[in-house]
Write a protein that binds this ligand. Structure first.
Ligand code: AMP
Length: 475
């Protein structure tokens, strides 16, 4: 099938040609005619299938008729994260190059005033995260009763992030007659309920069976010891030995581990950036731009931060942790093997991860091959390498940080004890001898607080771990 057979306008077809797409992807082929016919659509598609264009292209065609009024957006697209929202905006710019449409982006971390100015001018397309949209609505900055098309994108991620009540509120503010396009990579029962509530007589389109991974991705499980130190050694070995690695995303389950793994890799000489939910918008965008431009080879990321990122050609995915929700595995793997390209996805597994791996293979219906990696040399280098050197000392400290974060500071003796810097921190967390009781309590609570501020808290990542790191050489 050709794009010209889908009913898109000449202007849209011209930009599709300019972008260089030959044929529509399956989700585009199935969804576009229905969107143009103003039907509600339930799209089950993971990122990487071309799903964004499957709603952006027909929306552009529909928006050619009529024009925007001040503070009354004509279409609304809800996205779970700021990055995804910014990416959809990019898509509108790219595919809408021949249209004079106003696109307003309402995301957190950006000034309300700029966003308000855009709303005042009249937005044809409003792309928003649910919280910021409701903030603007609460301030009386916009009316939602002119919305003709609503897109709920990445609905299952909205669910994971607790946005469903916000979405229900937003839907009540929209006209009953609107057209709704609803996309989700997976269809757990809560999402099905939501789809049943918000969609009317919807056409169901699927890019592939729910929760399957692209067939172009080779997947492997690699066993590792359960300590963070062991996992980082395995990770380094995997990266060094990977064939045809052009760039890679490394996923961690926890934000604090994102920072730790990134710093550790940087200290070991890798070109690496980090992306997690606590970073401000500007640094996230800068890191992403660096990664897209190949200034950074590796990106360590959390699920939320990396959701749906459109990075066209990622050759490798490394799961530093096995995701605890099997759907996240599908999403992570969706970062590679996009648009028919080849990709490799390697998951580091510890003896504690068995049940999570079982849940993944049950969901995808595909067994994953085991691959053995001998990382004892990496581990030995980290333990007995050039300890006097500042970089190594710092790398070791990251290992101690990780051990502390895992609640295993006492057990991390190998690397910790051999390094002065790290030993100091390790000792700082132990009770000093012969201190008066009050003093000791104070010391303990300070150490506790320091530890919590530094590594213990789920939310706070210490600044020294967040500094952007230039590609360093392993001297
Ligand atoms: P998405 O699933 O929307 O994140 O899109 C994944 C990638 O596929 C993006 O880099 C798009 O630019 C690209 N893409 C979308 N549609 C097509 C198409 N018809 N042909 C080739 N690439 C496409």
């Amino acid at each position: 099938m050709k794009f010209s057979e889908l009913g898109l306008s000449p202007k849209v077809l011209a930009s599709v040609e300019a972008v260089g797409y030959d044929t529509p992807t399956p989700i585009q082929e199935q969804a576009i005619p229905h969107v143009l016919a103003r039907r509600d659509v339930l799209g089950i598609a993971q990122t990487g299938t071309g799903k964004t264009a499957s709603f952006v292209l027909p929306m552009l065609t529909s928006l050619e008729r009529g024009r925007a009024r001040a503070r009354m957006p004509r279409t609304l697209i809800l996205e779970p994260t700021r990055e995804l929202a910014a990416q959809v905006e990019e898509n509108f710019k790219r595919y809408g190059a021949n249209h004079k449409l106003t696109v307003a982006l309402l995301i957190g971390g950006v000034s309300f005033d700029d966003q308000l100015r855009k709303l005042d001018r009249g937005a044809d397309v409003l792309i928003a995260t649910p919280g910021r949209l409701l903030d603007h609505f609460g301030r009386g900055n916009l009316l939602l009763n002119g919305v003709e098309i609503l897109v709920i994108d990445e609905a299952d991620r909205m669910l994971d992030m607790g946005f469903i009540p916000d979405i229900e509120r937003i839907c009540k503010l929209l006209p009953f007659t609107r057209q709704t396009l609803f996309f989700s990579a997976t269809m757990p029962p809560e999402i099905q309920r939501l789809a049943d509530t918000f969609l009317s007589n919807a056409v169901r389109v699927e890019a592939s069976a729910p929760a399957t991974t692209a067939t172009t991705v080779s997947q492997f499980l690699v066993p590792s010891g359960r300590d963070s130190v062991d996992k980082r050694a395995v990770l380094r070995k995997l990266i060094r030995e990977a064939e045809d690695l052009t760039n890679a995303i490394i996923f961690c389950n926890r934000k604090r581990d994102v920072a730790i793994v990134q710093r550790s890799l940087a200290r070991h000489g890798f070109s690496v950036g980090a992306l997690h939910g606590d970073m401000d918008q500007r640094s996230r965008m800068a890191t992403l731009a660096d990664f897209r431009a190949n200034n950074l080879t590796l990106l360590v990321a959390s699920d939320v931060a990396a959701r749906g990122l459109d990075i066209p050609a990622v050759s490798h995915i490394f799961n530093f942790d096995v995701p605890t929700h099997p759907e996240d595995y599908v999403h992570r793997i969706g970062r590679t093997g996009r648009a028919g390209r080849k990709g490799t996805a390697v998951t580091i597994v510890t003896p504690l991860d068995k049940k999570y791996v079982a849940a993944i293979t049950k969901l995808t219906g595909q067994p994953i091959d085991m691959m053995q990696v001998e990382a004892s040399d990496e581990l030995a280098n980290a333990r007995y390498g050039k300890r006097h050197h500042k970089h190594e000392a710092d790398a070791d400290r990251q290992d101690v940080v990780a051990a502390a974060a895992d609640g295993a500071a006492e057990g991390a003796s190998g690397e910790e004890a051999a390094n002065g810097d790290a030993t100091q921190r390790g000792r700082g967390e132990r009770k000093p001898k012969r201190e008066p009781r009050r003093g000791r309590e104070k010391h303990d609570s300070e150490a506790q607080r320091e530890k919590q501020n530094a590594f213990g808290s789920q939310e706070d990542i210490p600044q020294f771990l967040l500094r952007s790191v230039r590609p360093a050489s392993a001297s």
